[in-house]
Design a protein around this ligand. Structure first.
Ligand SMILES: O=P(O)(O)OC[C@H]1O[C@H](OP(=O)(O)OP(=O)(O)O)[C@H](O)[C@@H]1O
Length: 162
């Protein structure tokens, strides 16, 4: 299934919730007992969680891999826009906002095979490709991130058509 048909529900995440969930991910990472000295953010969705994790884990080295797989809700071809040279992922933590089908995680793991892969949110198909995550949502849920949304007026429920 491709495109909008894949999503039957929406899970809106506010900035506050994203901050709390990213801090919860930081706690979970600390609880593994492992320690890392580098963060690799998967651009773009991983940028904000990576900044929060870098602060909580006191990591000052942050780099990026740039991969794009979606055009809004339409699943498109996966493109590597920027890779990483000279690292195998040792002592590195890869951070993304979400693992959905797992396509992005699989390709980033190939670039950095020794890294620990962590996401804030995970769907069942992508879960096997992450080492640590916080919240699972169903495969047919569209996670509406705060950077993709705005607060706006809506009609009273009674005036909305079914
Ligand atoms: O598990 P997958 O099916 O690969 O999906 C997860 C990826 O999709 C989103 O990125 P997207 O490609 O939308 O790019 P963006 O973060 O730049 O918006 C998200 O940030 C993950 O990187």
């Amino acid at each position: 299934m491709t495109g909008k048909d894949r999503y039957r529900r929406t899970y809106p995440v506010s900035w506050d919730q994203l901050h709390k969930d990213s801090r919860a991910l930081a706690w979970r990472l600390i609880d593994t007992g492992q320690r890392w000295d580098k963060i690799i953010a998967v651009v773009r969705g991983g940028l904000v969680p990576a900044a929060i994790i870098a602060r909580e884990l006191d990591i000052h080295y942050v780099d990026t891999v740039c991969v794009s797989s979606y055009t809004l809700k339409e699943q498109g071809e996966l493109k590597i826009i920027k890779s990483i040279e000279g690292l195998n992922g040792e002592n590195a933590l890869i951070i993304d906002d979400l693992v959905d089908t797992g396509k992005t995680a699989r390709i980033v793991r190939q670039m950095l095979p020794h890294a620990h892969f962590a996401t804030v949110y995970a769907k069942p198909d992508g879960r096997p490709y992450v080492d640590t995550y916080v919240t699972e949502v169903s495969q047919d849920t569209w996670i509406l991130f705060p950077w993709d949304s705005e607060i706006q007026f809506i009609e009273p429920l009674i005036q909305q058509k079914p």
